[in-house]
Design a binder for this molecule. Structure first.
Ligand SMILES: [Zn+2]
Length: 131
């Protein structure tokens, strides 16, 4: 896993549907350029002016952390996908990015084939095993 795959909001891009799919693949929030027709162009956090101005690498470094935009996104993911961006950010802050990524790799690995479980779909993109 590459460190640029952890988005400013704490999202792990490597478990995202848009990153895992074969067609119209997103390279991840940090590499995304707006000529590519993916949903992330609409992301309020990626396009957040306060965050850009703060020159932070992650939202927790921003003066407005945790802002309403992030809290809203976090709530949606906690409810729908059983994942929390804010929790991710707190772990990055506490453990460091390397350790966080190590844990993420274990957390989202398919027990059957070692492939990656998609947070949005809830199954392994390699063998389609459900979690
Ligand atoms: Zn699998």
């Amino acid at each position: 896993m590459k460190s640029f795959l952890i988005a400013p909001c704490g999202m792990n891009c490597s478990i995202c549907m848009a990153y895992l799919r074969d067609k119209n693949k997103c390279p991840g929030c940090r590499l995304f350029n707006k000529n590519e027709p993916v949903t992330i162009a609409k992301c309020k956090i990626k396009n957040c002016a306060t965050f850009k101005k703060s020159k932070s690498k992650f939202c927790f470094e921003c003066e407005e952390f945790p802002c309403d935009k992030l809290k809203h996104l976090d709530k949606r993911y906690r409810t729908k996908y059983n994942m929390s961006m804010i929790e991710n950010l707190e772990n990055i802050k506490k453990l460091g990015l390397r350790e966080f990524m190590k844990n993420e790799k274990i957390r989202w690995a398919c027990s059957q084939c070692g492939g990656t479980i998609c947070v949005h779909r809830g199954y392994c993109y390699n063998c389609r095993k459900k979690v």
